[in-house]
Write a protein that binds this ligand. Sequence first.
Ligand code: HDD
Length: 709
Amino acid sequence: MSGEPYSGKHDSARYHEQTINRGEGGETHQVAGGEAPVLTTQQGIPVGDDQNSLKVGDRGPLALEDFHFREKIFHFDHERIPERLVHARGFGAHGFFEPYESLADITKADLFQRPGERTPAFVRFSTVAGNKGSFDLARDVRGFAVKLYTKEGNWDLVGNNIPIFFIQDAIKFPDIVHAVKQEPDRGFPQAQSAHDNFWDFVSLTPESTAMTLWIMSDRAIPRSFRFMEGFGVHSFRFVNAVGESTFVKFHWKPKLGMQSVVWNEALKINGADPDFHRRDLWDAIKAGDYPEWELGLQLFDDAFAERFAFDILDPTKIIPEEEVPVRRVGRLVLDRCVDNFFAETEQVAFCTQNIVPGIDFSNDPLLQGRNFSYLDTQLKRLGSPNFTHLPINAPKCPFHTLQQDGHMTFVNPTGRVNYEPNSWGQADGGPGPREAPDAGFHSWPSEEAGRKRRVRPESFADHYSQARQFYISQTEVEQGHIVQAYVFELSKVETPRIRARMVSHLRNVHEDLAKAVADGLRLREMPPPADAARPTREDLPSSPALSILLNGPDSFHGRKVGALVTDGVDADLVAALKDACEQEGAMLKFVAPRIGGVEASNGTWIEADEKIDGGPSVVVDAVVVLPSAAEAALLASEATARDFVSDAFAHCKFIGYGADAMPLLEKAGVAQELDGGCLPLNTTGDASAFIMACRKLRHWEREPKVKQV
Ligand code: HDD
């Protein structure tokens, strides 16, 4: 072969290389739209050619002296760190916490002292079981981890969107995690609990029963991180300036109310948009519609702890809000996306042990075990005890530690002082930091005594009463979803005796639930109730706070309408819909046969947000179908358009339809079934009526019609 060597560059790359300019900040290139910095190596050496490795002759071999090539590939080879063992898939954002009132009477924690004063925060939401590259709408617990950069150090409240846990003692954590994650021989299924190992473990672990009700409920398939609650789970302590302690449980209440999807919708969302939750949070923050949660506190004293029906140290139990009301004391707002996913969301390291003066642990055995695990795992994941130096993890208040050196140190004490006590003064490069006997952190001096034993306290022994309470607190629709979820999951279990064993636990929870699940599984014989350490209490009252549907929003704010439009769409109706959505704080997304958009009836152009098959109705909260008369038949013959309508109908969504939508509704099989959730849009006035109807989120009355089996 012969001829001039080829540069390897695309013409557009040459186009950008117009002028080279040496300024104070180093060499820069003029490119379309401004100046771009010169590409350098890690050492700052300007790179002359990033397209070709250094070769002997035109056709190789490569020269080992090519330091740019070696550095580039070396760095690339080391780009990954171990993913989190659990909660691998997550998404974070920055924001702040702001108290409404001073809580000085109950805690000296600095962030609760001054109403309106903002404390920077970083929140990472996650799924638990799936790997980093799994999908967002797995049926799973969601992590809700909050790092608060207070003036007295970082406080990490590492919670979930479910207020209880699977196990009572941290020593069982590796077992539950092994059981739920992919099975070790085959490496699947991932991001789901619907397999033998998970149900084998929980059906052999009665303390998990209540948690299985929560994860079979719609709590485990939230519509958005923005529409879910968060919980610190354990009982903690608040301590005030005079050393008095109050027990506290932490809650995060979403300002936009709670909302979940239905399971069939979740399955389809995972195909249509595996990044559904992260995209939703990103879009909302980028649009300036900042998600917000109120911090709620359940405060109680030793006397309450003594008389409460369950042990306040048992992490498989809640304290019903009706028994200890949730006091809303401040708000958490997320108003900034990360600049770099890896640097911030991946490298953020939450540790339950990070608490500040004014907050303390309780003896919850799960919490005590967590306090070891988090610090340990960060060392493995981030590779150095100096992970605290990373900007996302470092405190934002002054800090003076005598800990030094180690891999990747980039802050060290200056001067001569690296131990204490020491007697060095200013002139000697000191004085070094000193302890603060009054203001510093002191553990609350609880009295502890007892024989050293491996035991589970007697007061943790009732595993079914609160599971029953959760079940009877749900609306009929929600109870139906719980039954369907057990049936779905256990139908994926290949071993019949595991299915039956789980039903035997459900018999201790509620006979109706057990019967419905057994029937859904077509168990030919009802198993006897599982042995129970304590009989189930049937006197616990229902707790309306546990239902999602009873705690939904009162507006359609933050939700999305998908409008299926064609050329010739009624321009006035579109304008009215836009207006109604804007007024409500909802988003209107246009879905069209082609991504370029459509020409409306008055000749204006509407840009499409999605082509029909890329924007199925599962990714929005309500739909409107507005084909023009000329395009109606064509649209009706398009399978993805028919799915758009039939899925919206099956998922009980509100459907608005224009004068020419009938051919499509007929082909989608819903024309004969139109109900109160299907609203004609003939005049512009109908648009605002439609958005108002959507405030109910779903037309649940339809569900019995679309879910017979
Ligand atoms: Fe955990 C991560 C929440 C029990 C051990 N956990 C992790 C995260 C959340 C929770 C939200 C992700 C943090 C992030 O976004 O980086 N974990 C909980 C809750 C629990 C709980 C609410 C029970 C009430 N966890 C728990 C136990 C242990 C762990 C009992 C071990 C004894 N958890 C870990 C861990 C992880 C973790 C292995 C994995 C990645 C990480 O810590 O940073 O240490």
